[in-house]
Write a protein that binds this ligand. Sequence first.
Ligand SMILES: Nc1ncnc2c1ncn2[C@@H]1O[C@H](COP(=O)(O)OP(=O)(O)OP(=O)(O)O)[C@@H](O)[C@H]1O
Length: 602
Amino acid sequence: MALQEVLSTLVSSTEPMTNATFKSSEGPSPAPRHGASQSDLKSLLLTLLSFSALQDWIKLIIIGGFFEASRRVAMSLYSQLVNAFFITVSFEEDDPSYDWMMVWLSKQKTWNKARQYQVSTKSFGLDNLAIAIPGDDDEHTGSSNRKLAYLPSTSSSYSLWYKRHWITVSRQRTVGSFTESLVLSIFARSHTVLNEILRDAKQQYTSSQEHKISIYICDKSNSWRLAATRPKRPLHSIVLEPGVKELLVDDARDFLDNKSWYVDRGIPFRRGYLLYGAPGSGKTSTIHSIAGELGLDVYIISLSRAGLDDSSLNELVSDLPERCIALMEDIDAAFHHGINREAKTNVGDTDSRDFSTSRLSLSGLLNALDGVGAQEGRILYATTNKYLNLDPALCRPGRMDIHVEFRLASKFQTYELFRRFYLPSGAEDVDSNDEEEDEDEKGSDGEGSDSGYGESLDGDANDSEMSLLMSSSGPTSTSPFAQGRPPVTGSAHCQRAPKLSRRRLAKLAHSFADAIPEREFSMAALQGYLMGYKIRPFEAVRDIPGWLEAEKEKQKIHQRGAAPKPLARLAPALLDTKSEPYQLPTPLTPTSPVRLDHCIDG
Ligand SMILES: Nc1ncnc2c1ncn2[C@@H]1O[C@H](COP(=O)(O)OP(=O)(O)OP(=O)(O)O)[C@@H](O)[C@H]1O
């Protein structure tokens, strides 16, 4: 009723005003019109504020308020109900638990009945993807071996049953960031089922990772992110001087098992290993292998990463999990990029290259290694090719407790490398000395027991082996290296290596080791050479002189280009008992634990 009045007043008050506007263009008569419109407005306001209109306004407000209040009450009741009967958990994408949950989810039966998916090539660190599309796991399907997987779609939520508990799952984008989170609402009053789910997810993930190591790197936001998973490398595939691998593994294992010993004595529960020496001598491979042996994840700290400064390094190190391997490769590389005792404060003093890369100071690095914020329980491995460039403070016990030198290949290493290279896949590997003894005792092939170096290859090979040698080398027996070209292997995977008895293989390995000069080539170089002869061990031995010639030529070219002095000559072996007594490198204090026998406690 009052509203009608208001409306009719509005119409009547606007009409003369429109007419006035229209008529004003015809001629000037504004004064009476102005007075009329003023009285119209007045009456409009009076009507609006009249008692009956006010009543209608109040009614509107009450009804609206009632609906809004009931909506809010319903919402809060709903959320209280949900909170009372549901447990809601979220998993952030950049946290490892997200990967565990994705794998767990993919193993739920009801998951396969979902109607909305997102397809992705993300592997969550797994090769044997439970989330993989069936039939997509064929390794020979084509050039790209990225597997496809189903993920929960971001636009819908799913429900599933787990141990008689109803669960809804949704994948949500975090507002204002590029990351996602997985949200689970579990219909349960106690936390027991949640704990079970978490335990299940973690265990399923860990067991699928049993034969793998996870490698983490830090991302731009300075947090750790899973970069890859790699198959564990068996320790026996690393050939070092006898006892070195065992010593490294036993020391690390002993450290991990004795936390309370460190705590009782107030000694920081940390251990550092410095592996230094010639490039390609097995430093990285050894760390990889030890990580697999001890079941630890590897966290790579790249000191030359652009933008890394003291505080971000500190943050990274204190963010490490308790039992892990922190790896700083080529720790000397940080020196080339301006690492120094004090952080540079004056921009004018600073080389522009320093700013474009790392802004780390040596004191920052030292603090990160054993400062108050440094993580307990971690094992640090640092590698370098330039031992003498390292600051003594960096190498002191407490930061780097054990120093191990990796030298160019010895006769023993060359022999072992060859023997293991041609050992049939899956063959049980035994210690070479035991093996020779066994074979000698058996006299399996009825030949003499002489297994010394320098045996004639031709006299060793039987007819079928010789024919294989001749057929694979072609009509001329000239080494391809002597002709200035590398050997062509063809698709070795499709062919089969000759079946050699262990004894014969040992003899070939002796011949190989005999032909390679000691401590002149890295294991990586020798492995690279053998890769050209994957299935041709006889040719591999026969072609060595040509290869050595070619390598000498290469070295000459390098020397003309003023190649640096090899490190192996500068820092003699710690481990080779035949070499001259070890001299402390000049930058190290005499108390530094550079010798293995000095630095390993108990
Ligand atoms: N002692 C060894 N036993 C078995 N394989 C080895 C050994 N040393 C090197 N190799 C092989 O050589 C390759 C390179 O080795 P690796 O990367 O471990 O050397 P590195 O000492 O870390 O080299 P760099 O100092 O250049 O990083 C690997 O493929 C590895 O298999």
